[in-house]
Design a binder for this molecule. Structure first.
Ligand code: DGY
Length: 335
């Protein structure tokens, strides 16, 4: 198949340099106004294209794949997380799925670290105090947070993002603990001076800050359940830049309200919208899913999308294929 003949339907507005490059290489259908496409519009576009450059928010489930005809052969996802795509259903229709791993790990880790600092040090409360006029000069006992240095950070899912967070955490004087299905490479573990916990429950009871970095799969839905959240010590903070579905947010809000958990920094929410209780909970910093939102990462994500489509168009295996039982199980990247 020659690259020029490939039709690529893009579901959302992408950075201009990415769209320009895509248009130079393929026949493209863009979404200039960036409005999320309805199910019917998604299916219509997919049925007229060889490749769908989809992204988070496009629900590509079994019903979607049942409705797309024989032309579509590749979902080139703009993003690392693929929990909005039923990869098994795609593969069953002969459609490959690719994602954009690695390129957003460092930016996502910066934001996780920002939350690790912001919540114990009450950064957002401080900003609000200035804005609301509540600051009337320094006081020895006002706005006291908790020291970060010397604390234990427990990372759930030490993959690319988790490792990038661990490096930052180490530099800030935190000790690194992690829970994965299996321990990471011993050289990396030694370099990070990281402690592996086979038991998530035991790690949760031991650490001072928890960082959620595993992918959202059926197996990790509400991994931080009410029961597990109750294992945390009252001075512990929870940070999540992965997917909201991994944490039972109602339980988290209840436990923070009851003083059983010290606070939380959340960039992601179940169904992408924070529940009411979280808005009201004290010591909570909420961000609008922006951990990987830098222009540099978005352009590099676009480059990965283009590389995957180009390889496919040239008859090769795209490098970032999501392989069930491998990528889905592998610790994580979503940010
Ligand atoms: C991803 O890539 O999955 C992020 O969550 C969006 O930036």
């Amino acid at each position: 198949m020659s690259a020029k003949k490939i039709t690529v339907a893009v579901t959302r507005k992408l950075p201009n340099p990415v769209e320009t490059r895509l248009a130079g290489l393929f026949d493209v259908v863009l979404n200039d106004d960036d409005a999320p496409l309805s199910r019917a519009a998604l299916i219509e576009r997919a049925n007229k294209a060889d490749v769908l450059a989809a992204t988070l928010g496009d629900r590509l489930d079994a019903a979607f794949f049942a409705a797309v005809g024989g032309r579509l052969k590749l979902i080139a996802n703009f993003g690392a997380g693929t929990d909005h795509i039923d990869v098994a259903a795609a593969n069953a229709r002969g459609i490959q799925v690719t994602n954009t791993p690695s390129v957003l790990a460092e930016d996502a880790a910066d934001m996780a670290m920002a939350l690790v600092l912001a919540v114990p040090r009450r950064l957002v409360e401080g900003v609000r105090a200035i804005e609301s006029g509540a600051f009337h000069g320094w006081s020895p006992t006002w706005m006291l947070g908790r020291r970060v240095r010397g604390k234990k950070l427990g990372i759930i899912g030490l993959g690319r993002v988790g490792e990038a967070i661990a490096r930052r955490a180490k530099a800030f004087g935190l000790s690194v603990h992690y829970h994965n299905r299996t321990p990471i490479n011993p050289h990396v573990e030694e370099e990070l001076e990281a402690t592996y916990w086979d038991s998530l429950d035991q790690m949760l009871a031991h650490v001072d800050i928890v960082s959620v970095n595993c992918p959202h799969t059926p197996a990790t839905f509400h991994l931080l359940s009410r029961r597990r959240l109750k294992l945390l010590q009252p001075h512990t903070y929870v940070v999540n830049i992965s997917r909201g579905e991994i944490v039972d947010e109602t339980a988290l809000a209840d436990l923070i309200e009851d003083g059983k958990i010290a606070g939380a920094g959340l960039d992601v929410f179940e169904g992408e919208s924070p529940n009411e209780k979280l808005f009201r909970a004290p010591n909570v910093v909420l961000l609008p899913h922006m951990a990987s939102a830098t222009i540099e990462s978005r352009i590099e994500m676009g480059e990965r999308v283009i590389i995957n489509i180009k390889m496919f168009a040239d008859g090769h295996k795209p490098p970032d294929r999501v392989i069930l039982g491998l990528d889905q199980d592998r610790t994580p990247d979503p940010a």
